[in-house]
Design a binder for this molecule. Structure first.
Ligand SMILES: NC(=O)c1ccc[n+]([C@@H]2O[C@H](COP(=O)([O-])OP(=O)(O)OC[C@H]3O[C@@H](n4cnc5c(N)ncnc54)[C@H](OP(=O)(O)O)[C@@H]3O)[C@@H](O)[C@H]2O)c1
Length: 273
């Protein structure tokens, strides 16, 4: 089975459109806070602006300026702004200081210490949307997590670590192994898993021999090979033995962007409550 992220994201956009349709008055804006965005960020920002346009949400690109911490503090207070994305990496600013100044209620990407720490206590306001997108896809397609063995390859703060915490939550009850560049015998850990999530950033990192027939494979990776967008998984080979697999493009990425807009709307609800 192909786990089609576009179907999942459509259901999220439908939910947001309905909420927006029931509102009166102007929608607050969403700010992309950046200095010198790299090509992949430029592509990402373009797709967010495009989705914003479709939903009637103003997406503003804001330069971090000479005093980014002050700029962020101003945006926090600005009632016409419901969400802020600090585009990583900021090349000319101390990103940690900027994130420390960011209002967790406007932190659509769940990057602040408060939102990340909240996952441990089951009380996060925003989880990082890429990690959440994996959960959303599993949930949408009714893939059981409880008691199953899940191996995540990649331990970044945006994907691997928060995803491990989301899977470990009581009630979700996954059994999680997280691998990274210093892990030994990754193939053994992926082969023993019921669900494998790859967030490495290397094309064809996950090969057929690493996956047990009948396992579920979620590909978070975004790589360009000869100008073509591919994931971390050797899709042609692995799709022949996996019970279910996400494609790239059209998998986790499309759900991630949709979740940003769900977060944006949740921020509006919080501002208005
Ligand atoms: N689809 C989406 O919406 C979305 C969103 C965000 C990111 N992504 C993509 O997902 C991938 C990962 O993103 P990220 O931000 O998490 O990247 P990252 O911060 O660079 O983390 C990559 C992780 O992979 C591990 N790794 C690297 N080489 C490895 C190897 N040979 N064996 C085992 N582990 C290895 C690293 O280990 P160490 O920690 O030991 O260095 C690190 O934990 C990228 O392709 C990115 O473009 C997709």
């Amino acid at each position: 089975m192909i786990l089609d992220g576009k179907i999942v994201s459509k259901s999220i956009y439908d939910e947001i459109k309905e909420k927006i349709g029931n509102r009166t008055g102007e929608l607050p804006s969403l700010v992309l806070f950046c200095d010198e965005p790299d090509p992949s960020n430029k592509t990402y920002m373009k797709s967010i602006r495009k989705q914003g346009e479709k939903l009637g949400i103003e997406v503003i690109v804001r330069d971090s300026g000479s005093n980014p911490v002050e700029e962020i503090s101003e945006l926090n207070k600005d009632k016409s702004v419901a969400g802020i994305m600090v585009m990583h990496p900021l090349k000319n600013a101390n990103e940690k200081a900027v994130l420390a100044a960011l209002d967790p209620g406007k932190d659509l990407e769940g990057r602040t210490v408060s939102n990340l720490g909240g996952i441990i206590n089951d009380e996060e306001f925003f989880a990082p949307p890429t990690a959440e997108a994996v959960m959303e896809i599993l949930d949408y397609y009714g893939i059981e997590v409880k008691g199953r063995d899940i191996t995540i390859v990649g331990r970044s703060n945006t994907v691997g670590k928060p995803l491990a915490l989301l899977l470990l939550k009581k009630g979700v009850d996954g059994t999680v192994t997280v691998c990274h560049s210093r892990s030994r015998d990754i193939s053994e850990k992926t082969f023993n898993a019921d669900i494998v999530v790859s967030a490495v950033g290397i094309a064809k990192f996950i090969e057929r021999e690493m996956i047990r027939p009948g396992a579920v494979v979620i590909d978070v990776g975004i790589n360009f090979v000869d100008g073509k967008l591919v994931g971390d998984v050797d899709f042609d080979e692995v799709s022949q033995i996996a019970a279910a697999i996400t494609p790239v493009p059209g998998g986790v990425g499309s759900v991630t962007t949709a979740l940003l807009f769900r977060h944006y709307y949740r921020s509006i609800e919080r501002m208005e409550s």
